[in-house]
Write a protein that binds this ligand. Structure first.
Ligand SMILES: Nc1ncnc2c1ncn2[C@@H]1O[C@H](COP(=O)(O)OP(=O)(O)OP(=O)(O)O)[C@@H](O)[C@H]1O
Ligand SMILES: [Mg+2]
Length: 167
């Protein structure tokens, strides 16, 4: 099974994917590490202090792999059987990124990205008929989220309604 896990920074992709990898006995690829290790980038973006991923190199890396979990911001570009989008209340993003000592601008950018469902929208736009899971992780433990994912896969998909702009 090929599973990709995406979501705004701080939504819990790495935490959840590790547990999911144990449950399914699947290797877990952290995409930001992989992109650096395997040089799957086109250039280093000095302004953002990050590597600009080369989507073609990324998809080529996974092309011959049938069983994996790939987790990261660009995971939804990888052809897969199951696409997971983790969502969380933007206030949690703010707290979690503050703990990581991200600067104000970067925190605000990511809080806003979660508010407007940036990652989820991109994942929907890349939808190609795979099992789709859109999960509100707020007030769920990582273990509970993994159970929601496993049940969701069995049911052929779950799209929880989430609108942080409401109310
Ligand atoms: N369900 C949860 N409930 C409470 N805290 C959580 C939950 N999931 C993750 N966390 C905490 O939130 C923080 C961010 O989690 P994690 O590093 O897994 O996010 P990420 O999506 O991988 O972020 P990034 O995109 O930056 O790699 C960590 O401190 C983690 O312990
Ligand atoms: Mg992570």
């Amino acid at each position: 099974m090929r599973i990709v896990v995406t979501g705004t920074p701080g939504t819990g992709k790495t935490t959840v994917s590790k547990i999911l990898g144990d449950r399914f006995k699947l290797p877990v690829y952290n995409l930001s590490e992989l992109i650096k290790e395997e040089k799957l980038y086109s250039f280093y973006d000095r302004n953002r202090d990050s590597y600009a991923v080369d989507i073609e190199k990324l998809t080529r890396f996974f092309a011959d792999k049938d069983n994996f979990i790939a987790e990261g911001l660009v995971a939804h570009y990888i052809p897969c059987d199951v696409s997971v989008v983790l969502r969380v209340n933007p206030e949690a993003i703010q707290e979690r990124l503050k703990e990581r000592n991200y600067n104000e601008e970067k925190i605000e950018e990511n809080v806003e990205a979660e508010r407007i469902a940036f990652c989820a929208t991109e994942a929907f736009e890349n939808f190609e008929g795979q099992t789709f899971l859109h999960i509100n992780t707020t007030e769920r433990t990582p273990e509970e989220i993994v159970n929601v994912i496993i049940e969701g896969i069995e049911r052929g998909g779950v799209v929880e309604e989430i609108d942080w702009l409401e109310g």
